[in-house]
Design a protein around this ligand. Structure first.
Ligand code: PMP
Length: 280
């Protein structure tokens, strides 16, 4: 397995990061995950644009332009012979003596990349449908920044795992914010696709954007508005989206069956449209 650290491709076993890295000490960094299907990156330009925006929001210089990142990602995919899965990349504020405020000028960001093989297109869970549990959203107020500070999501997804569920849907003031690592959607009885509008309360999902575009092109009705847990329990269909799951049907939330416990027809259609787009 070959990984990338600060300009070098090297065996995973030989890769290391100094203990004073601010990513390790403060979670002071940003990450991205792009899907790989058929050996090719999916919607990668949008992921790199979000990376640039996240880095800018916390004042870390983006060490590469989009073309530079893409070259590195493609080389890592080739070196690992990856056909399906994801490329993880992370940029932290670098290595410096531990002190909260930014390090002195000249400290370079730390860049780490690795690939993970995963079955996304033919994931059997997408045929069965995923179960979800709701958990309180314990995160900070800038969830639009894709920060490596993921403790609230670690705890949320552990709660889901202990309940035998595939994902946690986080909620705040009775309304669903998003999944632990995905965007949450429901579909009403009259076929309207509902998802929370973009704000600092959620991460602007790249898959979310693509799915909304595909839904619009298919003439489906979209409502960008917060929805409550109660509304989700009563929904005709539900699903979540992410680069690592694409469109994942939800068949149960907190033990309550959604859509008779089967992936819904509109959800399946959206998954099909997304897969077509991703494979093109
Ligand atoms: N929300 C959160 C909190 C996430 O971690 C993710 C996955 N990165 C998403 C939404 C989905 O984003 P994307 O479609 O860009 O993978």
């Amino acid at each position: 397995r070959t990984v990338y650290v600060n300009g070098r491709f090297l065996p995973y076993e030989e890769a290391s990061i100094p203990i004073m890295d601010r990513g390790f000490l403060f979670a002071d960094g940003i990450y991205e995950v792009s899907a790989v299907l058929g050996g090719r990156l999916v919607d990668n330009e949008a992921h790199l644009a979000r990376l640039d925006r996240s880095l800018g929001a916390i004042g870390i210089r983006n060490p590469h332009d989009a073309a530079g990142w893409t070259r590195l990602q493609e080389e890592l995919i080739a070196r690992n012979g990856l056909t399906e899965g994801g490329v993880y990349l992370q940029v932290t504020r670098g290595v410096a003596e531990r002190d909260f405020a930014f390090p002195p000028a000249g400290v370079e960001p730390t860049v780490v990349m690795f690939t993970q093989a995963k079955t996304i297109a033919n994931n059997p869970l997408a045929d069965r449908g995923a179960t979800v549990v709701s958990v309180e959203d314990l995160r900070w107020k800038r969830r639009d920044i894709k920060s490596v500070a993921l403790l609230a999501q670690v705890l949320a997804k552990q709660q889901a795992a202990e309940a035998g569920a595939a994902e946690a849907w986080m909620h705040e003031d009775g309304f669903v914010t998003e999944g632990g690592s995905s965007t949450a959607f429901i579909i009403t009885e009259d076929g309207r696709i509902v998802t929370r509008p973009l704000s600092t309360a959620i991460l602007p999902g790249i898959t979310r954007r693509a799915v909304l575009r595909l839904a619009e092109e298919a003439g489906l009705t979209i409502e960008e508005r917060p929805f409550s847990l109660e509304e989700a329990f009563a929904a005709a269909e539900a699903f979540f989206t992410s680069a690592s799951a694409f469109v994942m049907p939800v068949i149960e939330i907190d033990g309550r069956r959604i859509g008779g416990g089967q992936p819904g027809p509109l959800t399946r259609r959206l998954r099909g449209l997304y897969l077509e787009m991703a494979a093109a």
